[in-house]
Design a protein around this ligand. Structure first.
Ligand SMILES: NC(=O)c1ccc[n+]([C@@H]2O[C@H](COP(=O)([O-])OP(=O)(O)OC[C@H]3O[C@@H](n4cnc5c(N)ncnc54)[C@H](O)[C@@H]3O)[C@@H](O)[C@H]2O)c1
Length: 428
């Protein structure tokens, strides 16, 4: 994957091949004989034959190219009535890939920009496989911190709207590496906004988080709950929100900021899933940890705190299904209005305890996961759940996948077919 960086800046890349047998460069030998020992006349004939053969091969390859990138380019660089061309940043990641799938299913045109630092090229390959027609999906390997490259992407493509998912997104990592989080989240959002301004792209759907609220005193959390984030991840996201809101005040920008609660699940048709890199396991979110425990990758789960003031003493969180979340994005995009910033919580409004989650995971996987109940972890708060009434009322959105066990069953099925993430050979 590292070799992708050698591509021309701004140009849509053909998909990089999976890692295979790579040979180290060796001296050219022919039939076991070093070239220098061949007769000069024979060498000249050989050169001509090789040149002719190579030309012929190139011509055949050009004629047979199935998805003609020249046609692709033309479609991506022109606006088309009735088709929204959406730039999906972070589209190789968990939520971004599910959003790209939904947009493609709805007939929109998608350009994914991702630096593959965390996402999966396998997710892009799956999407390319599902939507191979010219002008549907292109992938551009780029880092959003590279302002020149980002501007080239906007210059070459007729983008109508941006869904900005790309980010590093682990609270515990942000505590250890705060500067990385401010750079990746806040600075990159500024770079993106500046490019959108220059290239007159006026619709933005921004991925924010309930972590921007910090530790609210009252539940449920509404959009008016004060934002007092308590870790660099939440602070960087709030700063990015502030940048967006301040810029939007000065323009006819259409902005939707969606503050997600805990995202779980995977595509109900089994085409995509959640596959974080193994090295991120130590930051794992709850469903990833449950699945790792069910597969025996980790010995079991540790639940911290059993004496909270909740129904069963464990913490309560609001789990929203990724398909419901991308539905909120599509509705937000279609409702975005110039000179307005819409801010919405995206959660179910129903809290589930950690104990309930673990039981649902045991039922979904059929594995009696080993669970240790320990003392509270400093900094955890008892309950976090949303009041989704604003998004229900204004965007006509509601969570459909609210049965934890069913959602986890689907995600588990994908997981068992993809034990090595998207690198697995089995596919749904
Ligand atoms: N997963 C959750 O529970 C959750 C909850 C609230 C908010 N969010 C937000 O949703 C968004 C997506 O999260 P996710 O869970 O899909 O994460 P993810 O790690 O699966 O996906 C993020 C993607 O962004 C890409 N990326 C990161 N930095 C980049 C850069 N500088 N340039 C280009 N690409 C870059 C990564 O390679 C990855 O593919 C994030 O903004 C996150 O903060 C997630």
């Amino acid at each position: 994957m590292g070799s992708l960086g050698a591509s021309m800046p701004g140009s849509p890349l053909p998909l990089p091949r999976r890692r295979g047998n790579t040979r180290s460069p060796r001296a050219f030998t022919f039939g076991g004989t070093d070239c220098s020992s061949i007769h000069p006349q024979f060498l000249s004939v050989l050169k001509v034959v090789m040149a002719v053969s190579l030309t012929a091969i190139c011509l055949v390859v050009l004629q047979q190219a199935p998805s003609d990138s020249r046609h692709n380019d033309a479609k991506f660089s022109k606006h088309e009535d009735g088709v929204i061309h959406v730039l999906v940043t972070g589209g190789a990641g968990y939520i971004g890939s599910h959003a790209a799938l939904r947009l493609l299913e709805e007939g929109h045109r998608v350009t994914i920009v991702d630096n593959l630092s965390r996402g999966n090229i396998g997710a892009i390959e799956k999407l390319q496989h599902l939507f191979p027609e010219p002008g549907r999906l292109q992938f551009i390997h780029a880092d959003l911190g590279d302002s020149k490259h980002v501007n080239e992407i906007f210059a070459k493509n007729a983008i109508d709207a941006v869904m900005h998912f790309a980010a590093v997104a682990y609270v515990s990592e942000s505590m250890a590496e705060p500067l990385r989080y401010y750079h990746n989240i806040t600075f990159n959002t500024l770079t993106l906004l500046e490019a959108m301004k220059v290239h007159k792209v006026k619709t933005l759907i921004y991925s924010s988080t309930c972590a921007t609220y910090g530790e609210p005193k009252e539940m449920p959390i509404t959009e008016d709950t004060p934002q007092v984030p308590i870790n660099p991840y939440g602070k960087a996201k709030k700063m990015a929100e502030d940048l967006i809101k301040d810029y939007a005040r000065t323009t006819d920008f259409s902005v939707m900021i969606l503050r997600y609660f805990n995202v779980i699940g995977s595509d109900p048709k089994g085409r995509l899933g959640e596959a974080p890199r193994p090295e991120l396991r130590k930051h794992a979110r709850i469903s990833g940890a449950c699945f790792d425990a069910a597969t025996g990758i980790i010995p079991g789960l540790e639940v911290r705190g059993t004496d909270y003031n909740t129904s069963d003493g464990t913490c309560i969180r609001d789990y929203v299904h990724v398909s419901d979340l991308v539905d909120a994005h599509v509705k937000a995009m279609l409702s975005a209005t110039p000179q307005q910033v819409g801010i919405y919580n995206v959660g179910t409004g129903r809290g589930s305890s950690v104990k309930e989650f673990v039981e649902a995971c045991k039922a979904a996987t059929g594995v009696n996961i080993n669970v240790r109940y320990l003392d509270r972890r400093p900094g955890d708060y008892a309950q976090v759940y949303s009041d989704p009434s604003k998004i229900q009322r204004e965007l006509k959105w509601d969570a459909k996948y609210t049965n934890l066990r069913e959602s986890l069953e689907i995600a588990w099925k994908w997981h068992t077919l993809h034990r090595n993430g998207y690198n697995s050979t089995a596919s749904a």
